[in-house]
Design a protein around this ligand. Sequence first.
Ligand code: RFL
Ligand code: PHB
Length: 398
Amino acid sequence: MKTIKTQVAIIGAGPSGLLLGQLLAKQGIDNIILERVTGDYVLGRIRAGILEQGFVNLVREAGVDARMDAEGEIHDGFEIAINGECTYINLKELTDGQVVVCYGQVEITRDLMEARAAAGLQTYYEASEVQPLDVKSGQPAITFTHGGEQYRLECDYIAGCDGFHGVSRKTIPSDVRQEYERIYPFGWLGVMSDTPPVSPELIYCRHERGFALASRRSATRSRYYIQVPLSDRVEDWPDEVFWDEFKTRLPPDAAARLVTGPSIEKSIAPLRSFVCEPMQYGRLFLVGDAAHIVPPTGAKGLNLAASDVATLYRIMTRVYRDNDPDCITQYSDIALRRVWNGERFSWWMSNMLHDFRGTENEFFSRMAESELRYYLASEAGQKVIAEQYVGLPYEALK
Ligand code: RFL
Ligand code: PHB
C-alpha cells in the first residue's frame, strides 16, 4: 500500500469538490481530490444552469471567472406562466439590483478542472473503493485503489463532496445521522438542442398538462424541460413527441417562436427533497449533494452546494491561517440554516408549479394555483419569490 499525505482530502470532482479545492489552494491549503469516474464522464452530466451572485463571487475568488464573465448571461428576471398567461419577476427591481447568471454547470466544471490542472493540483480520477477511515480521530485517512495500486491518503480533514450516492454520508453512523426526505410523484424530462431559445430569459410554466421550463445555455443552445410521470422512459419521448408536448405547455407567443431541431441530450431526472443532519462528523464534512438534494424548480441545487463550500472554505482558512481548530464545530449549523431555506423554497415552488393530480386531490391543485396567483398578483408576493431566487446572503462565522 502506497501512503500519501495532504491537508484536506476531497472526495468527488463535481462542482463542489473542484470549487473547494481551488479556493483552498488559493489560501495555500494543500488538497487532493479522489473521483470515482473520468473527467469526461463528470462533464457529460448536464445539470444546473442558473448561478446566484454568491456562487459567482466564489468563482471570482477562486480566480476561475474569465470564461463565465465572457460567456455567462446576466438575467434580470424570469417569467412565470399560468396556463399561458405570463407574469415577469423582475429580480433586479424587486431585490435592489440583484441578478442571476445563466451559465451551465458543465462549463463551470470544465473551467474548474482546467484551472486545477494548470495549477498542478493532484486529482485521482477513476479512484475506486474510496473509504474514509478514523474520521473521529485526530488523524483521519482514506484508502482507495487507483491504476491497480492500493493507496492510503492521510489527511487532517475530509470534505465529502461525492454527491447523493457517494460514500461520505454513509460514514456517519446511522444512530447519529438523521435523514429527511420527500419523493415527488413525477420527474423532469430534459432536452438540450442546438436551436435558438424561445426567450432571452427563463419561462417557468404551470400548465394543466403539467409543468414546463424554457431555459437556455447560449443564443444558439436551448435547455428545455417538461414534467413527466416517473414511469416514463426516455424512449417514450422521441423528439417530435417532446416538441409537441413542450409547445402545448408554453405561453402562445413563446410557442409561436419555438424553433425545433434534433436533441443533443435527453434524460429524465426524478425529483427529491432530502437533507442529512448533521453535516459534520468528527473531521468529516458533507458538502453539496452529499448532504442535501432539492427539486430543480428553484434552481437551488448547485447554489446550495456553493454556500456549503463558502462556509467550509472560511472555516478551513481560519483553522490553518489563524490556528483555530475549534471553529470547525460551526460548520453544520451554519450550512443547515441556509440549506433548509433552499429546501423550503424549492419545495414551495415545486408545489405551486407542478400537476399533482394522481397523488393529490383536486383541492390541492386549486390551492396551489390560487397560491401562485396570489403571490404573482402582489409586489410583496413577487418580492418573496425574487429575494429567494437570487439567493439569501451567506452567513458569517462567529
Ligand atoms: P455531484 O455533481 O453529484 O458530484 C459528486 C461527484 O462525486 C463523485 N463520486 C465519488 N467519487 C469518489 N468516490 C466515490 N465513492 C464517489 N461517489 C460519487 C461523482 O462521480 C461526482 O463526480 O455533486 P456536487 O459537486 O455536490 O454538485 C451538486 C450539483 O451537481 C447538483 O446540486 C445539481 O446539479 C442538482 N441538479 C440541478 N440543480 C439545479 O440547480 N438545476 C438543475 O436543473 C439540476 N438538474 C441536478 C439536475 C442533479 C441531478 N442528479 C444529482 C442526478 C439533474 C440531475 C439528474
Ligand atoms: C437549467 O437551465 O438547467 C435550469 C434552470 C433553472 C432551473 C432548473 C434548471 O430552475
